[in-house]
Design a protein around this ligand. Structure first.
Ligand code: SF4
Length: 90
């Protein structure tokens, strides 16, 4: 099963009042690497016309981006309460 197929099986309870991951746009604007774009399995980070875009809503809470960003841009926490990804199949 491809990762895209696995991701399509997930459900999310999104907390629109709290982003559990934030990035520093000033750091990202000067970043030559954008490791987050290549590391995130859920494609939460994308480059559009050279500008980094981030959406926490599709996050699978793996923690990879917190490790992959060597520039200190990512501030990572878990979603509050029972919000976030819901793994139906374990
Ligand atoms: Fe992507 Fe994992 Fe970071 Fe969530 S925690 S944004 S899924 S790399």
């Amino acid at each position: 099963m491809k990762i895209e197929e696995k991701l399509s099986l997930l459900n999310y309870k999104t907390d629109r009042s709290y982003a559990h991951i934030t990035i520093d746009p000033d750091i990202c604007a000067g970043c030559p690497d954008h490791f987050c774009v290549f590391a995130c399995p859920a494609n939460c980070y994308t480059l559009i016309n050279g500008k980094l875009n981030f959406k926490y809503e599709d996050c699978v809470e793996c923690g990879t981006c917190d490790i992959a960003c060597s520039h200190g841009s990512v501030k990572w926490t878990l979603p509050k309460g029972d919000n976030g990804v819901i793994y139906k199949y374990g």
